[in-house]
Design a protein around this ligand. Structure first.
Ligand SMILES: Nc1ncnc2c1ncn2[C@@H]1O[C@H](COP(=O)(O)OP(=O)(O)OP(=O)(O)O)[C@@H](O)[C@H]1O
Length: 250
């Protein structure tokens, strides 16, 4: 099933091109990796899937992003509601300077949940799904800033999960972590696709191969190739993709 149907999407920063004329379908309960060299438009593309891109000054978006059939850029779409359905995890773990519990309860509270028992259940479930519960269950009221980098990133994943999204977007989620912490996040991402649709930006080719079902290769703002990960890696259709995968460009 198609979750995002992106049609002729272009993003401009002033008169500079971020991405140009991107067409892509993203599938439900799959991990889709967005790969390509620095500056090729990966983050721009990712941020246009939940309208986070609009927070940049002077940005202009053209084309459509149909999310379950509805263009998210239609004037009647509330970006705050949209971002509840499409969560995001960033490159650097960015927990709030609050307790572990309050970090995860933050979104649900904003969306009006006040009941203590309900919040406790949401927090526990989200921490379990983020594979962090066992490590923090006895210190939920400690500061999140005392967790390790990898734990902080899993906390940010729990925070995204707590608002019960349909999609989770990851922007280079392991780029600032050591290999062991990164590997835990990779395992977690693969596990999360059972419940969510996942889109991951990575400049790490091996990571894209390990965790994704579909892979998109961007080059200078354009989507050059997109397909099943196995097929793209084994038999790239575009010469640029082949060069990138074999380390001859990028
Ligand atoms: N806020 C901005 N203002 C102006 N230009 C921008 C802005 N953000 C991105 N760009 C430009 O848009 C293009 C795409 O950038 P983007 O950050 O999406 O690439 P990326 O593939 O995610 O790169 P990286 O891997 O380095 O994060 C680049 O040319 C970049 O310089």
């Amino acid at each position: 099933m198609i979750v995002f149907d992106v049609k002729n999407l272009s993003v401009y920063y002033g008169d500079k091109v971020g991405i140009q004329d991107v067409n892509i379908e993203i599938y439900k309960n799959k991990v889709t990796a967005i790969m390509g060299p620095s500056g090729c438009g990966k983050s721009t593309f990712l941020r246009s899937l939940n309208r986070l891109i609009e927070l940049v000054e002077n940005v202009r978006v053209e084309g459509k992003v149909l999310f379950e059939g509805k263009n998210i850029y239609d004037p009647d779409v509330d970006p705050v509601e949209l971002r509840k359905r499409i969560g995001m995890v960033f490159q650097h773990p960015n927990p709030f300077p609050k307790s572990i519990f309050d970090n995860v309860a933050f979104g649900p509270r904003i969306h009006g949940i006040k009941d203590k028992k309900k919040l406790e259940k949401i927090v526990e479930d989200a921490l379990k799904k983020a594979a962090l519960w066992d490590e923090v269950k006895d210190r939920l009221h400690d500061s999140a800033l005392r967790l390790s980098g990898g734990q902080q990133q899993r906390l940010c994943i729990a925070r995204a999960i707590a608002t019960n999204p349909e999609v989770i977007l990851f922007d280079e989620p392991t780029a600032s972590l050591d290999p062991i912490a990164a590997s835990k996040i990779e395992d977690l991402i693969v596990d999360l696709k059972k419940s969510y649709t996942v889109v991951v930006v990575t400049h790490n080719i091996q990571q894209a191969a390990r965790i994704s079902d579909y892979v998109a290769f961007f080059w200078m703002g354009k989507l050059v190739e997109y397909g099943k990960t196995e097929e793209v890696f084994e038999n790239p259709q575009n010469e640029l993709t082949e060069k990138y995968l074999t380390g001859r460009i990028g």
